[in-house]
Design a protein around this ligand. Structure first.
Ligand code: ADP
Length: 298
């Protein structure tokens, strides 16, 4: 059975009551429609975290850490889903091209994961924040016991004001890294799954592009940004191109799949440009930024 099938059938009622047992929350953090409105999952893609040269974009790491730290200071619970391990590892290992075999990708991921966590620790540390690392594989959410455990881990970290940083466990996962139907597709799907597990009120996917357009803007100069989409249909998928930028791997298709999964559970999802993470303030203020996929009422 495909993992996508499992995800599409993942319902709140199997996970909802296990979170935040007995925890008293201030009014602003209470659940509305089963979601914690002050809990936000932000996903950042490889192309935001690296330069065209393949080297890490330190300014990008810093900007992101500053905004997310400040958003936490504003009273939000923040979870970051970060890609970039393979690209950063490949750069550190001076690989001349993107690794193309499983063993090289996994070696690069192993080295790169250390590097990106070091950078996050350094930059979040500058803003007086503590981070925690969560590396996931598909099995971790497919098995009920593991899933429950994971929910408790997220809750414990958030209770202690720690910012969890999530990535797919690329150096261990065996099936996904090479597969066309790779479950988490450069972490877009992982971010949706994380948002659902944590009952986040919002998911923000930071990409290398301002939002979702009526056609790929890198191929068509007259492409128009679509500010809001209330329903993701086959026609919407037809507007998304293939695998994405050279450094990114998911492309818009996996972002649409992620948005479809999250919005089906009522979670508003925004795709916007990661080069300007300060737009998160506007998103939280309800202003129109990038493309908003509205969560359906559940
Ligand atoms: P990231 O690393 O940020 O996840 P990706 O490269 O995986 O980025 O995906 C974003 C890319 O998807 C864009 O740079 C763009 O070229 C491509 N794309 C294809 N179709 C569309 C569309 N309809 N709207 C916006 N971007 C699109």
């Amino acid at each position: 059975m495909t993992n996508i099938y499992f995800l599409n059938h993942m319902k709140y009622d199997t996970i909802s009551m296990q979170t935040n047992q007995g925890r008293k929350r201030p009014f602003s953090q209470r659940c509305i429609m089963g979601l914690y409105q002050n809990r936000i999952v932000v996903k950042v893609g490889t192309s935001t975290l690296t330069h065209e040269t393949g080297k890490t974009d330190l300014q990008s790491f810093d900007r992101l850490a500053q905004v997310l730290s400040n958003v936490q200071n504003m009273g939000y619970e923040v979870i970051l889903v970060s890609s970039g391990a393979i690209a950063v590892g490949a750069s550190k290992l001076n690989m001349k091209k993107k690794p193309d075999t499983m063993r090289l990708k996994q070696a690069a991921a192993s080295v790169g994961q250390c590097s990106i966590m070091f950078l996050y620790d350094k930059f979040f540390g500058d803003y007086d924040k503590t981070i925690g690392q969560i590396l996931l594989n598909a099995e971790d959410i497919e098995q009920e016991e593991k899933k429950e455990n994971l929910i408790h881990t997220f809750d414990s970290l958030l209770e202690m004001n720690i910012i969890p940083i999530v990535n797919e466990n690329d150096s261990v996962s065996y099936t996904e890294i090479e597969s066309v139907e790779r479950l988490f597709g450069d972490n877009d799907m992982l971010s949706a799954v994380t948002a659902i597990l944590c009952k986040a009120g919002r998911l923000v996917i930071l990409s290398d592009i301002d939002g979702f357009y009526d056609k790929d803007p890198r191929l068509y100069a007259n492409a128009q940004l679509i500010p809001q989409i209330d329903e993701i249909t086959d026609a919407t998928y037809r507007l998304a191109g293939g695998a994405g930028s050279r450094r990114g791997t998911g492309g818009m298709r996996t972002k649409l799949q992620a948005a479809a999964l999250a919005t089906a559970q009522g979670i508003d999802t925004v795709i916007t440009n990661g080069k300007n993470p300060a737009s998160l303030y506007k998103i939280l203020a309800g202003e129109s930024v990038g493309t908003l996929f509205t969560g359906s009422s559940i």
